[in-house]
Design a binder for this molecule. Sequence first.
Ligand code: NDP
Length: 598
Amino acid sequence: MTDTIDRDALRAKYREERDKRIRPDGNEQYLQPTGRFAHLLDDPYTPRVERDPVTDEVEVVIIGGGFSGLTTGARLKQAGITDVRIVEGGGDVGGAWYWNRYPGAMCDTAAMVYLPLLEETGHMPSTKYVFAPEIFAHARRIATHFGLYEGALFSTQVSKLEWDDADARWIVHTDRGDAIRARFVSMGTGPLHRPKLPGIPGIESFEGPCFHTSRWDYGLTGGDPEGAPMTKLAGKRVGIVGTGATAVQCIPALSRDAGELFVVQRTPSSIDVRNNHPIDPEWFASLGPGWQQRWLTNFATLQTGGFADEDLVHDGWTDISQRIRDRVVKMLGEGATFGPEAMLKAYEESDDEKMEEIRARVDAVVRDPGTAAALKPWYRQLCKRPCFHDEYLQAYNNPNTHLVDTDGKGVERIDATGVWVNGTHVELDLIIFASGFEVGTPAARRSGFETYGRDGVSLSEAWDEGMQSLHGMHVHGFPNLFVVGPSQGSNLISNITQNLTEAGTTIATILCHAHDVGATRVEVTPEAQSAWVQLLEGSVRAFIGNPECTPGYYNNEGGPITRKQRLNGSGYPEGPVAFWQYLDRWRTDGEFRGLTFT
Ligand code: NDP
């Protein structure tokens, strides 16, 4: 197939499609939910119960009860550190999986590697890819299994985090008036819980109901997260704005239940096959102790260009990497010299081949040629979050489902009764915004609070010119604080939970060491921090942040990729597997190089 591709024409088409979408306002185009939309930050699932402020002291406060907080909490409890309190804005644990209950929500990463601590909790995923209710239930399972509900504060939004240097304690302020003192704080606030809205002129003027996918209003639509029919949508004209990973998952259910569905598209997603299937209990029981770590390492290795005897997960994430590797091997066999050029060529050719297949699949599935043409993505696969679905494209064959393609321009404006696209008014009874989350915006805007370290310096100030850390976790001037996330560490985006579980292990190991040596302060030295940042600066990922990509949160919405952007998205130069091997040595040699324990 590769030989038939006219690469120059393809590149020109990619550029043309990208240029249509570049906007001078970049990230600024999005709105925070305020005013009429302030309720979008509310919790529709758990009623808020008034309580007295908490002003006690605990050993560790974990901010965020998603998989970051849960894996950290689990590792701490396993290590015998029991005085742990989760503080969480939602009414339960689960994080992104607490908030995202839209119909059809599921994880695109195979459950065998995505769901953390499967062996520890004895859970067998029902299918290769699992739906949101099962993921949420697993989050609750971890919390129950490791006693993390004890002392947890839910429906509690941290408003400020402040270091008291004299007392060597963090003070965690919340919207409940709490002022909890904590020796250590682990911060796992993640990027996918704070919704953003498209900055469409007139958005406030729509007189019908509207909501964001992460606050699905089943009262309005009927149905439930398990997939029961949304009976209240019968006869309704429903509009959904956005065609990212979220929209792709809920559009089939909307197509099934709405009277008429209008999908407003700015950029089509790439939709690869899903091929979901049940997990066989007998096979699962035969995997043997330590299986999950083997699977995790295998997936991370294959997904990031390494070699392994077999592909255990074998899905769309490992497929592209396999193709690249096979190509490199073939090119070397044909006499090419191994190096960055050969890798880039193999990458480009594999990507072109993959995207041609994805575009051909649209033609094979979607019957109306005009709709099929508009659903084809014209960019390299990793420019945007790849999607995998076996019912999304098919939905456009339903007579009630209409693709409203904006040719890269987005919705022109919204008025009292609907949306305007390409000069045409589409009347709607309900608008659903599948417009994503605060990802590329400043840390304080994303987390909803500011962190003040020694001398009152805020984390936003400390990171004004880009993230500065050791291992993505330790920040000079912010003692006893552990930042949990993929950046400046392994940066494995396809399986975010592996980053989190490893981080939990690191935090537990450090706290045990602090106890052993009687230390009350743990802090990274400025030298170790700048050495780490320097190491990372030499490594720029080929795709995340690629200005040639169509705009999205992977590349700062097509805006300039500054040093700051690169730092915020950087990872260990030799990749995730090498990072974890390095980290394992760092944790176990007992020296904790770069940290001071005083
Ligand atoms: P995204 O940010 O990926 O998508 C937002 C959508 O809204 C895009 O299609 C965007 O178009 C569109 N949009 C924004 N502004 C306008 C406008 N003015 N007019 C029309 N359309 C507009 O958000 P999602 O919620 O889909 O996904 C967020 C992330 O959540 C994913 O990238 C993924 O990491 C994660 N996720 C993971 C899943 C999993 O399986 N693990 C499942 C679902 C989500 P454009 O593309 O042109 O910007």
